[in-house]
Write a protein that binds this ligand. Structure first.
Ligand code: GLA
Length: 375
């Protein structure tokens, strides 16, 4: 499509979406997360131009945006093009001149479903544009560039998890990522465990107000604890005992949100250990606990996602199920014994339809590699 449209052979890059196994709303508290990349991705094709323009074509929307190189928009437009334009602008801020270019984007990461379609677009664009301008970024650096595009240009206050795993994921593995220093450990997912991702079909948006207000409550809790223990700047460093002592000085919501984040951090580290030790029973227990903490204390679930998790609970082969991603809709992640995955998918779809009247999309995925050039 790029060749036909722009008359030039593109260099093509792929960046995956992700599913988070555990560790929700902990990344911006400098805590732990454990995502894996999935086999849905964005492809970015790029080639230079000679007419002074930057053209970006989104195959999924059948839409093109054209700008003068050197005069990229300074403000977001609320349009899909904010993601690639934001990335180009951050490259410019890092001192790279963006030459005239044609960029084609195509993706199959389901939109608004909590599987990080936006991070996939950012990372694919960043790899393609960095290659064209000869910019060198290491894995964490490229992820930070994309997060900055989203924070500063697109205007969403997301953490680093999605961009990081899209860049740095490893085939067959989840990553236990320490969002403080971006160090990570690989946690291999056993070959006989399937990742079944069930879309509730309730749309989720990180730019929506709920994500931002939850983040503000988490930061309020950290500030209250920090008044007593100045070394605590982020909930990563806080404990359940801190909440027992000073929780009364917080708003009731901040207290609940903090309880989720603090216990979630502990669960995430324990879940990585369980996965590495292949203790699937313990892993499943932690994942289930994480869901109800996310639902009751963080109040980031919805009726449909709670139903999807409850319905999975009774099915043969389930190891653990929870709502994944930023919350308020989107997908549940189900770790299922691989041999049972097909039957699990069929029964879950059926019982969800009976309960809610909604036809869910359910995918059997596998943990895939991070972003790369496609030959
Ligand atoms: C979204 C954000 C991430 C993270 C999750 C919640 O996916 O982009 O940075 O905060 O929500 O865990």
């Amino acid at each position: 499509m790029h060749r036909e449209r722009y008359g030039a052979e593109p260099r093509v890059f792929a960046a995956p979406g992700r599913v988070n196994l555990i560790g929700e709303h902990t990344d911006y508290a400098e805590g732990f997360v454990m995502p894996a990349a999935i086999d849905f991705a964005t492809l970015a094709g790029i080639s230079p131009r000679t007419d002074g323009k930057i053209a970006i074509w989104a195959e999924n929307y059948g839409e093109e945006r054209v700008f003068e190189a050197g005069a990229l928009p300074e403000e977001r437009s609320g349009h899909w093009s904010d993601y690639p334009v934001g990335v180009l602008r951050m490259l410019e801020e890092d001192g790279h001149r963006i030459p005239p270019l044609s960029l084609t984007l195509w993706g199959d990461v389901p939109l608004g479903s909590g599987l990080s379609s936006s991070a996939a677009v950012e990372v694919a664009t960043a790899l393609a544009a960095a290659d064209l301008v000869g910019a060198q970024y290491d894995g964490p650096g490229l992820a930070r560039l994309c997060q900055r595009a989203e924070n500063r240009f697109v205007g969403s206050s997301c953490g680093i998890m999605d961009q990081f795993v899209s860049v740095n994921a490893r085939e067959g593995c989840a990553l236990l990522l320490d969002c403080r220093d971006l160090s990570y450990r690989l946690a291999p997912i056993p070959a006989d465990v399937a990742l079944v991702i069930a879309n509730t079909m309730v749309r989720h948006a990180v730019t929506g107000g709920e994500y931002t207000s939850r983040r503000a409550e988490v930061e309020e809790a950290a500030a209250v604890i920090g008044r007593h223990r100045p070394e605590v700047k982020f909930l990563r460093d806080a404990t359940v005992e801190d909440l027992e002592r000073w929780g009364g000085e917080m708003s009731p919501n901040a207290l609940k949100r903090a309880r989720h984040v603090i216990t979630e951090n502990t669960r995430t580290v324990a879940a990585a250990e369980a996965l590495i030790q292949k203790d699937l029973h313990e892993l499943g227990r932690l994942i289930a606990e994480a869901h109800w903490s996310y639902s009751r204390d963080f109040e980031a679930s919805c009726e449909e996602a709670d139903a999807m998790v409850e319905l999975a609970q009774g099915l043969p082969g389930l190891i653990g199920a929870r709502l994944t991603g930023g919350g308020f809709g989107g997908c549940t992640v189900n770790l299922v014994e691989a041999q049972q995955a097909e039957a699990f998918r069929a029964s879950l779809g059926e019982s969800y339809r009976l309960r809610t009247g909604i036809e869910a999309q359910i995918h059997i995925c596998h943990a895939s590699a991070g972003a790369h050039r496609v030959e």
